[in-house]
Structures are given as C-alpha cells and as structure tokens.
Design a protein around this ligand. Structure first.
Ligand SMILES: Cc1ncc(COP(=O)(O)O)c(C=O)c1O
Length: 491
C-alpha cells in the first residue's frame, strides 16, 4: 500500500472517502472510458480548427459535469486535474458557494451591466473593493484592477516609468517640449528608460511584457522588441541540501550581473526604472531562488533608485502555502508593486503610496477589472478562510514533494530535480520526449499534469487539492514509472 512505501510522509486516509476538504462531493477517483483525447474531443477540435486555429487544444471539457478537482471531458472521462486552467481555478470546478453568486438578482444585474469602472463604477464598488482586497493586501495600500496577467504587468511597467519620471521632475508640470515630443514617440516626452528582467522570465504576451520575457523563442520570434536588460536568474543544483555552496555562488553571480547591467544601462543613457521578477519562474521551468537572493536583489534595486515589481500572477493566491509567494522571503520592506491574475479571476496590481500618480489617465482602460469576477473573488477568499485552505495546500504540498523525492531515489533515471514550494512543485524528466511520454501516460490513466520548460512537469492544482488527491496522483505515477522502467529493462 501507498503509506508503507512513503515512510517519511504524513499518514492519511486512503482515497475511498470522497468529500473533498472544501465539502464538494467529488468522484472517488479518475475513470477513463476512451483513449484521451477521445473521439468527441478530436471531432470538436476538427470543427473548431476550420475557423479558429486549435492546435494548442488538449481536450474539450464538459464544464457542467466537472466537479471539484475533477474535469469531465467531452468523452465522459473523469480526470484528476493538477493543472487547473494553468493555475487559475482556486476552488476547482462548480464549487457550490460560487454557484450561488449569480442566483442573487442584484448580483446578476451587476454581472450583465459591465461598467467602465474608471468612469462609472457601481455604487457598491468602493465597499466591495475594500472588503475583498483589504483581506489579502500584501502590505501595499493601493490597487489597480485590470483584465489578465499581461494586462497587469503591462500597466505596472507603465506605472513604474510614470512614477520614476514624476520623481525626476520633482513634481513640476510637463513642459511644452515634453508634450509635443511624447505624441511622436520621441524624448524627452518618451524618455529612454528600461525595465530589467531575468533570463527564463515569462511575464505575458503583450509587447512590453514580451520584451521582458525570455523563456521560449516561439513567444517572441518575428516580433520587434526593445533593448531591455536581462540578468540570469539562479539555476540551482539539486538536491538543495547537498549543493548549498554552489547555489550560494550562483546567487552571487546573478546578483553581480544585475548590478553590472544597471550600471551599464545607466551609463548608456537608458537607466533601469524598474526590475521585474517572478518569485518562482513558473513557465520556464519552476526555477526557484533563495530568500537571500531576493533580499539582496531588493537592496540593489533600492540603491539604484529603481522600483521592484514582483510578478505574482502565477504564484499569488495561496498555492505556495502562504497567500503571496514573496512572504516566504522575509523582505526588509514590501516590494513597490505586486501584480496578480489567474486565481484572482481578474488581473491587477498593488502598489505603494509613493507610486500614486499626480494626474488622471496615467493608467486607464475601458473596463479596469470586472465586478462579476470581483464577486467571485469575494467568495473564493471567504471559502479559503473558512476551509483553512492554506493549511490544505501546505499538507498536500509536503506530501507530494515527499512522494516525488521518493520516486527520485527509486527511479533515479526517470525523475530529477524535484523543486518548488507548497503545491507549486515540479520535477524534470530525462528529456523532452520522456516528459511528453509521462504526460500522455498519466492522462490516459486519468491524471492531467502541466509541463514547464523543455523537460519539466509542473503541478498547479486547486487549493482544495488535498492529501488524498496527492495519493491518487502518486499511485498513478508509480504505475507509469514502473511501465516505463520495465520497457527500458526489456530494451
Ligand atoms: C508569471 C506570469 N506572468 C504573467 C502571465 C501572463 O498572464 P495572462 O496569460 O493572464 O496574460 C503569466 C501566464 O502564465 C505568468 O505565469
């Protein structure tokens, strides 16, 4: 049995019991009727592809039947979802508390009459924003709401530039030259400022976000870009405990490069106004860095009079076991800006008092968020608190990491470099082909996992993914590893 195999892990019930931690009635486990993707998914993809490029689609889902941590696909397969819409479904599917939100007529009217919030917000809006965000504010007093992660980052970059220039002008009004040159994309109105980011960063797919993104070529190739500096982000050797000296040296080298680049760009006349960093580089490989690295980075940024932006689009919202990932870093002061999206259902960012704009329309768009999503977020946060879901994440993450480490020692040629925090975990396969084989076999046993980088498998489950779901995954993955191991022995 599973428990005996994982001696160091916390003991738990086996997975016959199936009321998940957030009191959602779930299936007892995955059940697979057809190869996945099945005939219905394939047919739907063919139809959609005639009018909408659909090569990225993995499966078509029946969102009416999906429940809790389980997706039901168009062929009736019940699949344990450890990827949850790229980390964006905090309570899984059809949570009963969320289903209630729009049964209220007032809420329904607020949903269908979508306002231009920068001009005509609803009379309930200030109270709602205050209620929701005061509960989760990361020690930063102000907020802007946006649509998605890229939209949040794009506007946060603008915001840092605006504040940097405001500080430089010392509050004086714009000159005529600044006004006329700005409209023509020329300095001094459009100053030569830069954002520093990191190799392997993924910050979204709009133009400025892409200029600071350095993960996969396919996201960038053919698109004009900007000369913004990129320093290396630490790539650690695993296991961490056995490679402390090398990893510390890796931190030192990366930080030295940040300092060098900031000096170089200042000298070139294109100073760095803001540094953007993910607390865990998710898309590119789940690359983590030490609290010391982030503490030092903050010091360097402050020394250079730039702003520090943490992109918590993928890491914010509880999956690290704390509400914000950067809370693990014990920073001297909060960062200047923190962006979010995904689990929050809408995008946005918190910022410090110092970054408050001096004139209107510096940051603006039609919708500036979405009151409907805000209503859902209100309930998500309530459920997180009532069900103590941060603790669920901590326990599930510990058990999952422990199980993966066990596989690392049992199958040393198949599982490498287990890493991450909370349930934001990942490991590497030997190469891309083997990673894809793992994913395919797992899916056909009814478990969906995500990929990251070129050979990584990434977990991004719901906050309701508990230790019993972990056990289901570990059982299925053990079957996969044994099958692949036996195939290797036979060859
Ligand atoms: C760290 C990070 N930033 C930004 C984004 C972009 O978010 P969106 O896809 O909502 O634009 C992502 C998306 O995966 C992300 O992981």
């Amino acid at each position: 049995m599973l428990f005996r195999r994982f001696k160091n892990c916390i003991k738990l019930n086996k997975y016959q019991t199936r009321t998940c931690c957030s009191s959602v009635e779930e299936p007892k486990g995955p059940s697979v009727k057809t190869p996945i993707p099945g005939p219905n998914s394939k047919k739907l993809q063919g139809e959609l592809h005639k009018i909408h490029y659909s090569e990225t689609i993995q499966l078509f889902i029946n969102y009416v039947k999906s429940i809790g941590n389980y997706l039901v696909d168009a062929d009736g397969n019940v699949i344990l979802d450890t990827y949850t819409q790229i980390s964006a479904a905090p309570l899984g599917y059809n949570h009963p508390e969320l289903l209630k939100v729009f049964k209220n007529d007032d809420n329904l009217k607020r949903l269908i009459n979508r306002p231009a919030l920068g001009l005509f917000p609803g009379d309930d809006y200030p109270e709602r924003v205050k209620n929701v965000f005061s509960q989760i504010a990361p020690c930063l007093p102000k907020i802007y709401l946006m649509m998605c992660g890229a939209c949040a980052n794009e506007n946060a970059f603008k915001h840092m530039f605006v504040s940097y220039q405001l500080k430089k002008r010392g509050g004086r009004p714009f000159t005529e030259e600044e006004k006329t040159s700005a409209v023509l994309n020329k300095p001094p109105g459009c100053p030569n400022l830069t954002i520093l980011s990191f190799h392997n960063a993924f910050l979204g797919r709009t133009f400025a976000c892409l200029a600071a993104t350095h993960s996969k070529f396919i996201q960038k190739v053919d698109l004009p870009s900007i000369d913004w500096p990129a320093a290396h982000f630490p790539i650690y050797k695993y296991p961490l405990e056995e490679n402390m000296r090398e990893n510390k040296e890796e931190d030192r080298k990366c930080l030295a490069e940040v300092e060098d680049l900031m000096a170089k760009y200042e000298k070139k006349g294109t100073p760095v106004a803001g540094v953007v960093v993910e607390p865990l580089q998710s898309e590119a490989g789940n690359y983590e860095a030490s609290p010391k690295f982030f503490q030092q980075l903050q010091k360097i940024v402050k020394k250079n009079n730039a702003y520090l932006l943490f992109d918590e689009v993928q890491t914010g919202g509880g999956a690290s076991g704390k509400f914000w990932f950067h809370e693990h870093f014990d920073l001297e002061t909060p960062p200047d800006v923190i962006t979010f999206a995904k689990k929050f259902q809408l995008g946005g960012y918190f910022h410090s008092e110092e970054l408050t704009p001096d004139v209107p329309y510096r940051i603006f768009n039609t919708w500036m968020g979405d009151p409907g999503k805000l209503m859902l977020l209100e309930v998500i946060i309530k459920v997180m608190r009532e069900q103590n879901l941060l603790e669920t994440v901590q326990k599930a993450g510990k058990r999952l990491k422990c199980g993966l480490h066990q596989f690392e020692s049992e199958f040393p040629n198949l599982v490498y470099s287990v890493r991450g925090v909370g349930t934001l975990l990942a490991f590497d396969a030997k190469d891309e082909n083997m990673r894809n084989e793992f994913m395919k076999k797992l899916l056909n046993k009814g478990v969906l996992v995500g990929n990251c980088g070129y050979k990584g498998i990434r977990f991004r489950p719901a906050l309701t993914f508990d230790e019993s779901h972990v056990d289901i995954f570990l059982d299925k993955f053990r079957e996969v590893l044994k099958e692949i191991n036996n195939d290797c022995v036979r060859l």
